[in-house]
Design a protein around this ligand. Structure first.
Ligand SMILES: NC(=O)C1=CN([C@@H]2O[C@H](COP(=O)(O)OP(=O)(O)OC[C@H]3O[C@@H](n4cnc5c(N)ncnc54)[C@H](O)[C@@H]3O)[C@@H](O)[C@H]2O)C=CC1
Ligand SMILES: CC(C)CC(=O)C(=O)O
Ligand SMILES: [Mg+2]
Length: 358
């Protein structure tokens, strides 16, 4: 059976890294139908909208989406609804992609590339489960208003709204408990319940859902402590479940434990396992167009696509083994500084992964 895949490269390094992931996917010999459309700033330039109807339709009608990244400083003065980032937020919302899985795995070959000491990170294998369609990222009302009374009366004020409905917390809790059940059975829910009502509510629901999973050990941690523990003793964690904002921040932090932000893939799933697969990083305008970005997070995201949306775990493992093999050969893109390794470009890294595919 042929599988329809939407390829949305986006902006900046998005086009460079997606190209390499597409080469790898195509080389597997599967019956894949790849269709591409512009998204983000590229779509704004072509169609005056970051998520044009043809792009959204393609995404909706595909088994899975391979996404690069969107954004560039030059669009930062546009009205918010036209900014490139609205494309990824809009896709997540429109497709109901509420469950974001961000595995932070330190490949043994990169033990010396992490910014932490090898003994702190070697063997690291944690999974961040980030809720992706709620929280302050989508909360209404939001905007800038005139303050009517109080100490700031007469001033303009920026504001956003944080909220989570019970069903939103329950469904991400189930995803996280089920993931923990297949791993070391330890789930840490990260919140800010000592300050935020939304977080106390989140925690109460996590505790209620825990009764369905007596075999999983649930703990709770405030997000400030979690940020610290991630660099103090990251291997204490197994699965972390958290909201949209905290998960965004903690996953970038976790990326550095693995050697580079260019190593962290992600899967964003809805309730029918339709998924969007993208690296956890952004469009990196500072290095775009130079053929130096690390494509491995995107290539590993393609592996997640095969595993979660196409049920092709064996093919996913082929890609993961090829990535390990190129790291073993000592090949590194410019983001990973390690003595005794060979610097390669984005496309050379793609070549090497292709060659290492068994
Ligand atoms: N899902 C998405 O499309 C996302 C988009 N963005 C957008 O990306 C743009 C840039 O945002 P930043 O905050 O700079 O975050 P970023 O993740 O794009 O870059 C942060 C730093 O990491 C480096 N970096 C990122 N990916 C890399 C890779 N594959 N290889 C080597 N180095 C890499 C960049 O060069 C930069 O120094 C903004 O417009 C932002 O809104 C940010 C995060 C996610
Ligand atoms: C909307 C994106 C720019 C948010 C982000 O940084 C992410 O999803 O990792
Ligand atoms: Mg982010």
């Amino acid at each position: 059976m042929s599988h329809k895949i939407a390829v949305l490269p986006g902006d900046g390094i998005g086009t460079e890294i997606t190209e390499q992931a597409v080469r790898v996917l195509t080389a597997l010999g599967l019956d894949l139908e790849l269709h591409s459309e512009p998204v983000g700033g590229a779509a704004f330039d072509a169609h005056e909208h970051p998520l044009p109807p043809a792009t959204l339709d393609l995404a909706k009608n595909s088994a899975a989406i391979l996404f690069g990244a969107v954004g560039d400083w030059k669009y930062d003065t546009l009205p918010r609804e036209l900014r490139p980032e609205q494309a990824i937020l809009g896709l997540r919302k429109a497709l109901g992609l509420f469950a974001n899985l961000r595995p932070a795995i330190l490949y043994p070959q990169l033990a010396n590339a992490s910014s932490l000491k090898p003994e702190v990170v070697s063997g690291l294998d944690i999974l961040i489960v980030r809720e992706l369609t709620g929280d302050i990222y989508f909360g209404q009302p939001r905007g800038v208003r005139q303050v009517e009374d109080g100490p700031y009366k007469g001033e303009r004020q920026g504001f956003d709204t944080m909220h989570y409905a019970e069903s939103e917390v329950r469904r991400i809790a189930h995803v996280a408990f089920q993931a923990a059940r297949k791993r070391d059975k330890k789930l840490c829910s990260v919140d800010k319940a000592n300050v935020l009502e939304t977080s106390q509510f989140w925690r109460d629901i996590m505790i209620a859902v825990a009764s369905d999973y007596p075999d999983v050990q649930l703990s709770h941690m405030y997000v400030d402590n979690a940020a610290m523990q991630l660099v103090r003793a990251p291997k204490e964690f197994d699965v972390i479940v958290t909201g949209n904002l905290f998960g965004d921040i903690l996953s970038d932090e976790a990326a550095m434990l693995t050697g580079s932000i260019g190593m962290l893939p992600s899967a964003s799933l809805n309730s029918s396992n339709q998924g969007l697969y993208e690296p956890s990083h952004g469009s990196a305008p500072d290095i775009a167009g130079k053929n130096i970005a690390n494509p491995l997070a995107t290539i590993l995201s393609a592996a997640m696509l095969l595993r979660y949306s196409l049920n092709e775990a064996g093919q996913a493992e082929r890609i993961e083994a090829a990535v390990q093999a190129v790291l073993e050969q000592g090949l590194r893109t410019a983001d990973i500084h390690e003595a005794g390794t060979t610097k390669v470009s984005t496309s050379q890294m793609g070549d090497a992964v292709l060659k290492a595919l068994n």
